[in-house]
Design a protein around this ligand. Structure first.
Ligand code: CA
Length: 426
């Protein structure tokens, strides 16, 4: 079925600023609370939030097989379970309803008042109930940087790294939506030179610039998903900040990997941008040498050209841009990640979240964490207010923004932000 929603020539009768992340070609999905305290599934065009439950009730999705309450939910899980054909039909229909040439809703003031909200009148909620959360480690530049810092530059990558997308199982319960404040964690650390660990607030709080994809139900337990089928089961992507306490992480991570240094908070952006909307921005990923094993072999454009900008905004001060990176820098693709995740027969479920791992590029401005940007605190970042940062301070807000742009259209993710609050007294 054709993705008619992506037609770059289409214009909406709703006002959309030309630099908006949310033109009529985007049509992401999210969950929000209205001014009347009603939770609904919605989409966004320009600076308007659109209540899909209300649209459905008014008959605008007639002809599409949807249950009556499919959008009257506090998560997208049931809609995601309906599968790719339904996502596509709904996106195409929304594009049609808001097309400038279609008078049906445009000229029906009563309906418009029920369906359309200004963005500042709604509160965005976590879009999915996340059962399982995997975090990969798929940026070669990031793995090289971290490996060089903590081990040695000659052997920065472990022998498995070029053969499989390394990952670990993260904590789903502490994934929060953009705007949620993040509490500085307390825990054990081993300061260099100390003989025994100390307990207290993390001193090395960091962000990790990532993107994450969300799946639908796919394989039965025991069956794997062949790489060629993986994208049928991926609903869409969000921006993700995988907050990390480097001092906790350093002391605890051997031999089983990250634990409390990561599980205190992970922030995601509220609008899930579908793979369909990202289709025009597919691009080649990096060359893979040595060639991966056959179950991970992938042909053609495997990545997406998504620019991600990260700023730090100190309390009451303007923000400073600290990192500009791109999703296409990732060595392992989302298809390879999902094929690898399930090759052992592990089943994936609706609402599962898969982080890319920190996205770093080659040049210093494109590093995706303070650990790399300041090279473990040796080269502090200069802020516009005259202060310096080695890591993130209390009162700082970390803001990530991501978008794709070509000559015809801009498809963006909006913001993924979180403000750091001081630790609870231990
Ligand atoms: Ca991570």
């Amino acid at each position: 079925m054709k993705i008619t929603a992506n037609n770059p020539n289409r214009k909406s009768w709703l006002d959309v600023n030309k630099n908006s992340d949310f033109p009529i070609q985007n049509i992401p999905f999210g969950v929000f609370l209205t001014r009347d305290d009603i939770t609904t599934i919605g989409t966004r065009i320009g600076d308007y939030a659109i209540d899909l439950a209300a649209l459905h009730q008014l008959g605008y999705f007639e002809g599409i097989p949807l249950t009556d309450d499919i959008f009257m939910q506090d998560t997208l899980n049931d809609f995601i379970t309906d599968g790719r054909m339904t996502w596509r039909l709904v996106r195409n229909r929304i594009a049609d309803i808001f097309d400038e040439t279609n008078p049906k809703l445009r000229d029906q003031e009563k309906h418009r008042d029920t369906v359309i909200f200004e963005m500042d009148q709604v509160e965005m909620l976590l879009p999915v109930q996340i059962g399982d959360y995997t975090d990969f480690y798929s940026s070669k530049d990031h793995a090289m940087n971290v490996g060089s810092m903590f081990r040695d530059p000659e052997n920065a990558l472990f022998p498995n790294w070029l053969h499989l997308p390394v990952g670990y199982h993260g904590r789903a319960s502490s994934i929060v939506v953009s705007g949620t404040k993040v509490r500085r964690p307390v825990g054990q650390t081993m300061p260099s030179g100390a003989e025994s660990p100390v307990f207290g607030p993390s001193k090395l709080l960091d962000f990790e610039v990532e993107m994450a994809f969300i799946t639908t139900d796919a394989n039965k337990l025991g069956k794997s998903i062949p790489l060629s089928d993986t994208r049928d089961y991926i609903f869409g992507m969000v921006l993700m900040n995988d907050w990390s306490a480097r001092d906790l992480q350093k002391w605890e991570y051997v031999p089983l990997g990250p634990f409390l240094g990561k599980s205190f908070a992970t922030t995601i952006s509220p609008w899930i941008v579908t793979l369909d909307a990202l289709e025009p921005f597919k691009t080649k990923g990096p060359d893979q040498v040595p060639a991966p094993l056959p179950y991970l072999a992938e042909e053609g454009d495997s990545s997406y050209d998504i620019q991600i900008e990260t700023s730090i905004k100190p309390k009451k001060e303007e923000e400073t841009l600290v990192s500009v990176t791109n999703f296409k820098n990732l060595y392992w693709s989302i298809s390879q990640q999902l094929a690898h995740q399930t090759v052992n027969g592990c089943n994936v479920r609706t609402g599962d979240l898969y982080g890319s791992g920190t996205i770093s590029g080659k040049d210093k401005k494109s590093f995706g964490s303070m650990l790399e940007l300041t090279w473990a605190g040796k080269n502090p970042v200069k802020m516009n207010d005259g202060t310096e940062r080695k890591f993130i301070q209390n009162g700082d807000t970390v803001i990530m923004r991501g978008f794709c742009q070509n000559n015809e259209v801009r498809i963006g993710f909006g913001e993924c932000k979180g403000k750091v609050k001081k630790a609870y007294a231990p």
